[in-house]
Ligand binder design. Structure first.
Ligand code: PMP
Length: 440
């Protein structure tokens, strides 16, 4: 039973093996504390200069970071965002030390909510200090006993937690398979049955814009159509898609041509494309007002940190070109180009790469979890840091290396990384397809 042995590891070095070893020691009755270092031998980030410097054990090694969610490169000193965030830090300090309703709301928070609503294309929004909490605290407010949540089988743990905490009945549909979603819905209600004449008080279908372990885009147009047909609400988590995809960075609705009016609850985080902290829910004015009156994470939690809020506003301004430059449009074009280039080069080399075009998330399949330490260590030796993922975050024999591409990676960075990954791929034996012959 390997449950609990395989965490998501950044630049993992024998970590996997050592955790197993520790558990074996445990079985012999020796205390885990006898080798505490084994739990913490992870790569640290040393600076934020465009996804590059990481620390490994005592040695500071300059590594190319292919594991960060810093999709647009805003989690680095930015000529527009950073001075404004520093100014806000000086003016308001790192924290309001108050809840939103007890003196913790600054004009900045209201401005942020207006900005986010406008950006994602909904009438209103509410922000929270943490993305994880946004899912886990909102779902129990939206639905409870007598309600039905239909969740994609690969939804993020924060959704799973929120769904479980809500007390609603949970059904799972096969990952990104609209036909199975319809089957599950049909088992529960008849097509066209009015909301008032069915056994559920409410039905919410929960999906993600880009699946973080698969790199896949949600089949949103089909899912939205099914939800409309069966009068179920749609809840879309755009943690990995907002800011990262779509012509103007407005996420999967923009990319896939879905009207945001057809998605009832839009959720996202600020920890990826915007280089900050926190999460949001966007929806109708009535929904957001209801959440502000009832959600414990709004009423009882300290408001989002002022410099973090300013960072989000500033990065959205850059994305929209409201900083007076074309940097936002360039970043969006660059992440798309970088992602599509990297994905197609990996495929040409013979790797099995999951996910869709335009997605900056690209898992390279390793399958056998025993290949994780070798792949990770060999990449690190050649100064490329990758995230490896295994059970229980993935099925046991579907271990993978999960590459995240950023607009801050240069073409030279990517070419170098491809060379390293190709060499390591040969060494570890994970090129499962024949390579395409190189064009002269
Ligand atoms: N939703 C999804 C789909 C995620 O992948 C994550 C984290 N990566 C979260 C929510 C939680 O967001 P945060 O890290 O901002 O707390």
């Amino acid at each position: 039973n390997l449950q609990g042995y395989a965490p998501i590891c950044l630049g993992l070095e024998d970590f996997y093996v050592r955790r197993l070893y520790l558990r074996i020691q445990d079985c012999f009755g020796r205390p885990i504390a006898s080798a505490p270092d084994a739990w913490f031998d992870v790569v640290e980030r040393q600076s934020n200069d465009n996804n590059k410097t990481l620390k490994r054990t005592e040695k500071i090694t300059r590594c190319l970071n292919l594991g960060s969610y810093n999709y647009l490169g805003f989690a680095a000193a930015d000529e527009y965002c950073t001075p404004r965030a520093i100014e806000t830090l000086k003016k308001f300090s790192p924290s309001t030390c108050s809840t939103r309703v007890d003196g913790g709301t600054l004009t900045l928070h209201n401005e942020l909510e207006e900005f986010v609503a406008k950006f994602v294309g909904k009438p209103a929004a509410v922000v929270f200090g943490m993305g994880y909490v946004t899912n886990s605290a909102i779902l129990p407010v939206l639905i409870g006993k007598g309600g039905l949540i239909i969740s994609d089988s690969l939804n993020h743990n924060s959704i799973v937690n929120g769904a479980r905490g809500s007390g609603a009945t949970i059904r799972v549909f096969q990952h990104n398979t609209p036909s199975h979603l319809e089957e599950v819905l049909r088992e529960q209600i008849a097509e066209g049955q009015p909301r008032t004449h069915r056994p559920w008080k409410k039905i919410i279908v929960v999906v993600e814009g880009i699946y973080s372990m698969e790199g896949e885009l949600c089949k949103l147009p089909e899912i939205v159509a099914i939800c409309k047909k069966y009068k179920a609400y749609t809840y879309l988590d755009e943690a990995h898609s907002i800011g990262a995809v779509g012509k103007s960075g407005r996420g999967v609705c923009e990319l896939l041509g879905v009207d945001t009016a057809d998605v009832d609850i839009m959720m996202g985080t600020f920890t990826k494309s915007f280089g900050s902290c926190g999460g949001y829910i966007a929806g109708s004015k009535e929904l957001i007002q209801y959440l502000k009156y009832t959600c414990p994470a709004h009423l009882y939690a300290t408001s989002i940190s002022p410099p973090a809020a300013q960072q989000i506003i500033s990065s959205i301004k850059v994305i929209l070109g409201e900083d007076g430059s074309s940097r936002g449009a360039q970043k969006l074009a660059c992440i798309r180009e970088n992602s599509n280039f990297f994905r197609s080069e990996l495929q040409k080399m013979g790797f099995e790469v999951l996910g869709d075009n335009d997605s900056p998330v690209m898992p390279i399949m390793l399958y056998n979890p025993a290949k994780i330490p070798a792949f990770s260590r060999e990449c690190l030796k050649q100064n490329v840091a990758v995230v490896t993922v295994a059970f229980p975050a993935t099925p046991l024999l579907l271990a993978r290396a999960r590459i995240c591409i950023s607009a801050s990676h240069t073409k030279e960075d990517l070419v170098k990384a491809l060379e390293v990954i190709s060499r390591v791929g040969d060494l570890v034996g994970i090129k499962y397809f024949p390579a395409e012959p190189k064009k002269e």
